[in-house]
Design a protein around this ligand. Structure first.
Ligand code: HGY
Ligand code: MN
Ligand code: MN
Length: 404
């Protein structure tokens, strides 16, 4: 089975027919269907599969523990109404690259693994790259178990309902000790490769970025009778903060938006009691990011006080800047050059499990051209020819790293 068939089989799983976007959230029915697809596809390639203590999936060519494995993979979960490629492209390409190497008679000198990390988007439990953070010890298991989704369901309960023993979650040094290198292929979430006329690129790093939850508390009241001077309306400081975030991003050479907001209780004819908003902010370096977020919080506090409301901020998820392993990056570039692929080197503001794993093992990334750059949207797209170029590039890198 090649890339196109594997892709076609996964494509409908978890897609919302109304929006065309994906709703693949960890430990839900679409997630279970994605897991079943992963196992089925691995079986067609004679790969042994396992689910680790944190819920991450692994498919092995050779056995982990027989020397430092070369692992490739990505994630199967999505943001709400995300696109088809963000995550799954890396996993389908991984399986297709293994299939290609096997059909060419390649015999790896060390195990090759395909991994699917859980909750990379943090769309259900709020923390990005949760599966790789747990495996590397980058998040406290107890704190993770108490994370709750929008319906108040904890990660612990969601795992238990999915038949997993939530008490086992946590760092997995033994598993990672067997991994010599991790290379993640991902659709580019930007259009640098399109501008450069290149189908494949190599990542040199990931911007520091994070997610901050801002809670504005006011006083519920009647929308049609309460005098303006008597109002404590949390929607007003929230609105000021949205604008301030854009301003701070422009001033600090960063990126920021508030893409998720909830007004409680959400009645059209009532002044809400509270507004909960999530800021996503990123910048080329941590000093700029600190400055950016500091300005947003200062604006939020000032607006909250001006409107007789209160504001509380929590850092929900933070990822430090990453520079990928230079030796691995050069090795990847050499393997691609040897097959005639010249891949530009790019930075990215998008977070990835490779960025988390880089703290423990040499990690690198390959990007596949995204003609419009659009991502985290049903409009996300990559051309079939570029997807095949990504498979060829990944196969070349795996063959080089796992060669006899
Ligand atoms: O949001 C991100 O940076 C990534 O797409 N998870
Ligand atoms: Mn994403
Ligand atoms: Mn992704």
């Amino acid at each position: 089975m090649g890339f196109a068939e594997m892709w076609a089989e996964l494509l409908p799983v978890g897609r919302d027919e109304r929006t065309g976007g994906y709703r693949r959230y960890s430990w839900t029915e679409p997630d279970a269907a994605c897991r079943a697809w992963f196992a089925r596809t691995a079986a067609t390639l004679d790969l042994a599969t396992e689910c680790d203590r944190n819920g991450n999936l692994w498919a092995w060519w050779g056995r982990s523990g027989e020397g430092s494995a070369v692992v490739t993979g990505s994630h199967l979960d999505s943001v709400p109404d995300g696109g088809a490629f963000d995550g799954p492209l890396g996993i389908v390409s991984a399986f297709a690259a293994v299939g290609r190497l096997r059909s060419e008679g390649f015999r790896p000198g060390r195990p090759i693994g395909v991994a699917a990390f859980i909750e990379e988007e943090g769309a259900r439990f709020g923390v990005a790259c949760l599966g790789s953070r747990l495996a590397t010890g980058a998040i406290d298991p107890a704190a993770a178990l108490s994370l709750r989704d929008g319906d108040g369901i904890s990660l612990a309960d969601a795992m238990t309902d999915a038949g997993r023993d939530a008490a086992l979650i946590g760092r997995d040094d033994a598993l990672l000790a067997d991994v010599g290198a991790y290379v993640e292929l991902h659709i580019e979430q930007g259009r640098a490769l399109a501008g450069l006329g290149a189908a494949v690129g190599i990542a040199d790093g990931i911007w520091p970025h994070g997610r901050w939850r801002l809670d504005f508390a006011g006083r519920a009241d009647h929308a049609g009778t309460t005098r303006l001077s008597d109002r404590s309306d949390p929607m007003l400081p929230y609105a000021a903060t949205v604008v301030a975030a854009r301003q701070a991003a422009a001033e600090c050479d960063g990126l920021a938006t508030i893409g998720k907001v909830r007004a409680d209780p959400g009645a059209a004819n009532a002044i809400c009691s509270a507004v909960h908003a999530w800021l996503d902010a990123r910048a080329p370096d941590e000093a700029s990011l600190d400055r950016l977020v500091g300005r947003v919080i200062e604006a939020a506090e000032g607006a909250a006080s001006q409107h007789g409301t209160r504001m509380h901020v929590d850092t929900e998820s933070f990822t430090a800047g990453v520079r990928f392993d230079a030796a691995l990056r050069q090795r990847m570039a050499g393997a691609l050059a040897a097959t005639g692929i010249s891949a530009p080197v790019l930075a990215t503001g998008a977070g990835h499990d490779a960025g988390v794993l880089a703290a423990k093992i040499p990690a690198g990334m390959l990007f596949v051209r995204n003609p419009t750059g659009v991502s985290h949207s049903p409009a996300e797209h990559a051309e079939p020819a570029d997807c095949e170029a990504g498979v060829a590039a990944l196969a070349a890198v795996l063959a080089d790293l796992a060669g006899q």
